[in-house]
Design a protein around this ligand. Sequence first.
Ligand code: SER
Length: 874
Amino acid sequence: MKSAEIRDAYLKFFQTKGHEIVPSSSLVPGNDPTLLFTNAGMVQFKDVFLGEDKRNYTRATSSQRCVRAGGKHNDLENVGYTARHHTFFEMLGNFSFGDYFKRDAIHYAWEFLTSSEWLGISADKLTVTVYQEDDEAYDIWKDQVGVPEERIIRIGDKGGRYQSDNFWAMGDTGPCGPCTEIFYDHGEDIWGGPPGTPEEDGDRFIEIWNVVFMQFNRSADGTMAPLPKPSVDTGMGLERIAAVMQNVHSNYEIDLFQALLKDAAEKTGATDMENKSLRVIADHIRSCAFLVVDGVLPSNEGRGYVLRRIIRRAIRHGHKLGQKQAFFHKLVAELAAQMGDAYPELTKQQAQVEKVLLAEEQQFEKTLDKGMAVLEDALKDLKGSVVPGEVLFTLYDTYGFPLDLTADIARERELTVDEEGYEAAMAEQRARARAAGAFKVDYSASLQLDGKTEFTGYSDLAGEATILSLYKDGDAVDSLAEGDEGLVILDRTPFYAESGGQVGDSGYLTATGGRFEVRDCTKQSDNHLHMGVVLQGSLNKGDTINTDVDANVRRATALNHSATHLLHAALREVLGDHVTQKGSLVDSERLRFDFSHFEAVKPEELKAIEARVNQQILLNSDIATDVCDMETAQAKGAMALFGEKYGDEVRVLSMGEGFSVELCGGTHASRTGDIGQIRITSEGGVAAGIRRLEAVTAEKALGLFDQSEALIGQVSAMVKGRPDTLADKVSALVSQNKQLEKELAQLKAKLASAAGSNLAGDAVEVAGAKVLASQIEGADMKSLDNTVAQLKDKLGSAVVLLASPAGEKINLIAAVSDDLQDRVSAGNLIKYFAPLVGGKGGGKPDKAKGAGTDLAALPGALETVSGWVQEQLG
Ligand code: SER
């Protein structure tokens, strides 16, 4: 069975069991700062498990793209060393949200695996594990499914409570619960033992399916709160089950990987198909390409740094195979050929992904060779088997070797790395390192956010509300006093909470006994957090208050947000469909829009884009909002954005008769005409293949026109012209100016040369030769050259040195007549003289030039010249 067939069969099986087929979500978890990457199928349903989000189904199935690199569930180090670990994989899953539980979940899994109608795997090849205390699951396997007792293994806690292979958690916080796992025995020829034995890490018994019974929500302090309803989350790695069905013992031998390995060999020039570096490369191109598709770009922090680490590890393995040229980006084409059907977004963004990877390859290429040489040197002198922290740090800091890259090389040579020493050497840069590893703090540690704030701000800017909770310095308090900075949570609010690029609202909360200035509003777990300061009186929990959003700021922000949608549509129209949004920021002052495009947007394209948006504004069409389900939204052609999480109900924003249709939770103008006009104020690059536009609208755009007009008026007055003849007038002035400059230069040269000739009288006799060392004003090098030649002719047997201050610098020139050159060299004279005035120079015996800087030393230095000549001639 091909991988694609297994994927289809799985979804179909669960569809026949009443499950809704839900598409894979992005690798960047929507609105979840606690998680690095989507690492399991359940991530997009996290809030549904927690009871904070509702769907119109209680059973779902999906094939989810996942990355396990960095953060909890990190498989990066194992890639290349085992037959079954990947940074990127596809997870087939079925989910029950308070619907069926242990019994059905186990029966479904067994039926799909063993029934001849589906995968038809022999039951003898399967072993299962259950959580130590989970008698219910044990009995279902034993009594209902009929798995022999010797193939049902209980796995308990190792270390702390719930630290078990059979207790699954998404991250440090969030939904979790005990699980039962199904293992496939690849046979005696492969090394390894059943789960729970010392040989369990071998490749013989491979976990193919994990069925998690979601029962708790773990908070940051370790408390386990029961979920509203026991649920089910299962996950089966597509690559692992494909290996079983294709009768191979390594994931890298399945159909999906064969083509990639072949391509990796071709692009790196490797001939040994068994070389494990090929596997690393074939694995890494999948995670890297999909991460870029989902909007992650290589950088020095957070998700971007994990991406950079994976790319660099792949490049290093290519290097090891002898490929010193950029090759990694060339693998995207084959990957798109293999996976583009299942993930069309990959095909669509192929060129963009190649560009990003190539840029990273080119950057790392510069330091990889040098870094390797430094490492080889250090290893040659190594005493013991640990690579010291300073070496790791130098490689990281100077040569861009992420720690795990060096550790990978060390591991190949059976060495380990001194991570502690590395951390110590890193102490000064710790702040930055921390930013790379950790994510925003999850407030759930201190905020008890059970409820949901009702948002009334699509239609209202003011209203009444009740204070549900107050926080000061992260702690819940009963009241906030005058001057206190804090956070207010209400039952309902018109304040928009920052999301989708639009900033949070500002304004006031007024109670009978106090007034609070809202400076920002953000969102956590469906609660709007009003952040600000008590201006007067106090606020108390339970108070009824009036909410007032700053209407001017909101209006300006809304106009910019609507303009952003028009701009997005115009960009796609003018530049092409490859343009996808990569980020945006909308506030009351301006809008910023990042998008994929390969080159700078040309001025004429910018004009066309601006004109297109302004045309839509002039048409003054209705901005329609439609709340509907995702399917209807997609039928309308709505563009969904990466990194955004969409629930059951989505808001579709349409403008200009289908000109722009986007999913968006932001606040908008009522008609496009409200925007007034748009003016693009800047265009630039933010990363390889990503451009950024900034623009202003409405009054701000008008303000720009006013400014331009005022400037034109000012300039017209200065040149005594009128706006309509300004260009001609300025152009005439510019040519006149050029002409004058030319004439001035000629005059200066004449003056200098005249001054030079007059200098001849200042020459002194030294041992039968004339010596002249003088300062002359306002001469550039060219006129100095002329003057010195004239003086030489005039003086006959002579040594001449001229110095001419010009701004910060002193031009120097020296010349010596033919008869003296064997004894006095102009070159040596300049070499002697220039340092006296803080400069340097040199030249031939007949003529030499230089420059100095120390004007104060000049007169004294000039006086020494005749003495110096005397020495040479004497
Ligand atoms: N979330 C569980 C896992 O990732 C089952 O999908 O293993």
